[in-house]
Write a protein that binds this ligand. Structure first.
Ligand code: URA
Length: 425
């Protein structure tokens, strides 16, 4: 086979066979299909798409490109969750211990942030000592002992995705359904959990900009999961504004602790309890929302989270310390009304520029930097009310302040944000 012929075939809108897809993925992982041909293929897929059969073959070829984790030594239904990316998305930090606090084992591999979106692993690394690298044996042992572990993705898991995702990121080929579906589902299948909750974000700060696109991505991923015997549910969730109050690694950990002490905003707390109910249901554990919220208020979820931090070398004193950012700048409302928009993409990029995220993979992070919103979409404000605080390493320029203020949209109509838009199972 020759890569050039397969690129041409896809460019002309024809279907690639199972063998051709396997050959391309193997060739790319082993180095005999070079980056420039793989990027041409990704662009051809971007314009011509893939059938469900091709997407399935792509997913399974990617699974086969690396190690597959065997979680069978852990008793019970192992659960996992994945978000297709967002701003201020600290959901895993709360959801994983919350679910584990009901005795359902959570064995989770998470990723780092790139661009305007954050990554769970960066947030956990803002805790002094927290080790994200564990051997497979230690990972399994920890889940057997305390029911919970969140680690970084091992280098051997879905090698093809490591290469392809980095390539897509620099060739404008990320936001295409068959490539997102195969990237996400290959990792979930290889990571070994029995049930998977997919959080498919939609809106300004997400890859999927419309509900229709988010539905198609959800359907594709749910079908892929079910075909290989994993119980899979997708929830389409709003990413038109940041999740919760905080954006930035240390600040998001602090918000997670706040939520796990029953002191979070009602909207984000309810949203996480809804997700927990679905995730528990996938593992065959039926709990009411009251029972679930109780594990936030009575400290059971926090206990699990602290047990995980400690088991992975994290310092519990450091976990609870405030952000050490030297400059804190308050932003006030400039008129009366309601917050109508807080565009997730704009604030994600703003936080990235403060050092909370990376523009390119090699950028160092400032774990302390970010934004905390005191008001969210739908909240009433009066002129002079505190809307947000910016945590930074140096003084924010006048241009920066103007840009921030311009994105805090205030109007006369009260919007009702909706966190879960649709469930696809
Ligand atoms: N998240 C992933 O893991 N892969 C994608 O392609 C997009 C979001």
């Amino acid at each position: 086979m020759r890569a050039v012929d397969l690129i041409q075939k896809k460019r002309d809108g024809l279907e690639l066979s199972t063998e051709e897809i396997q050959w391309l993925i193997e060739g790319y992982t082993d180095g005999y299909v070079p980056d420039y041909q793989m990027s041409a293929l990704a662009m051809a897929i971007y314009f011509k798409g893939m059938t469900m059969r091709e997407t399935r073959d792509m997913t399974m070829a990617m699974v086969a490109s690396g190690q597959q984790i065997d979680l069978s030594a852990i008793a019970g239904v192992k659960t996992d969750k994945h978000s297709t990316g967002g701003v201020g998305d600290k959901v895993t930090l709360i959801l994983a211990p919350l679910v584990a606090s009901f005795g359902v084992p959570v064995a989770k591999m998470s990723g780092r942030g790139l661009g305007h979106t954050g990554g769970t692993i960066d947030k956990l690394e803002s805790i002094k000592g927290y080790q994200i690298e564990r051997s497979q044996e230690d990972f399994i042992k920890q889940v057997q002992e305390i029911g919970l572990s969140v680690i970084g993705q091992s280098d051997n898991l879905v090698k093809a995705d490591k290469l392809l995702y980095a390539l897509r990121d620099v060739t404008a080929t990320v936001d295409i359904i068959p490539l997102i579906a195969s990237s996400v589902m290959s990792k979930k299948i290889a990571a070994g959990a029995d049930s998977i909750l997919l959080d498919v974000t939609v809106g300004d700060g997400a890859f999927m900009k419309t509900i229709e696109e988010a539905e198609e991505l959800s359907r594709t991923m749910v079908d892929l999961g079910k075909e290989v015997g994993r119980k899979t549910v997708a929830v389409i969730t709003d990413m038109s504004q940041p999740v919760g109050r905080a954006i930035g690694n240390r600040l998001e950990v602090l918000e997670a602790l706040e939520i796990m002490q029953g002191k979070g905003r009602a909207d984000v707390t309810e949203f996480i309890c809804d997700l927990a109910q679905i995730m528990l249901g996938l593992a065959g554990v039926e709990k009411s929302l009251e029972e679930i919220e109780d594990h936030l208020v009575n400290g059971r979820a926090l206990e699990k989270f602290e047990a995980m931090v400690q088991a992975q070398g994290g310092d519990l004193e450091d976990l609870h310390r405030p952000s050490a950012a030297p400059v804190v700048t308050s932003i006030y409302a400039e008129e009366d009304g309601f917050i109508t928009e807080l565009p997730a993409l704009e604030f994600g990029l703003f936080a990235m520029k403060l050092g909370a995220g990376r523009a390119v993979k090699t950028d160092p992070l400032d774990y302390e930097a970010g934004i905390v919103f005191e008001k969210k979409v739908g909240d009433a404000v009066k002129t002079g009310d505190l809307v947000a605080k910016i945590y930074s390493n140096e003084k924010i320029s006048q241009n920066g302040l103007t840009e921030f203020q311009k994105n805090v949209k205030i109007g006369g109509v009260q919007m009702k944000p909706k966190e879960i838009i649709k469930i696809i199972s």
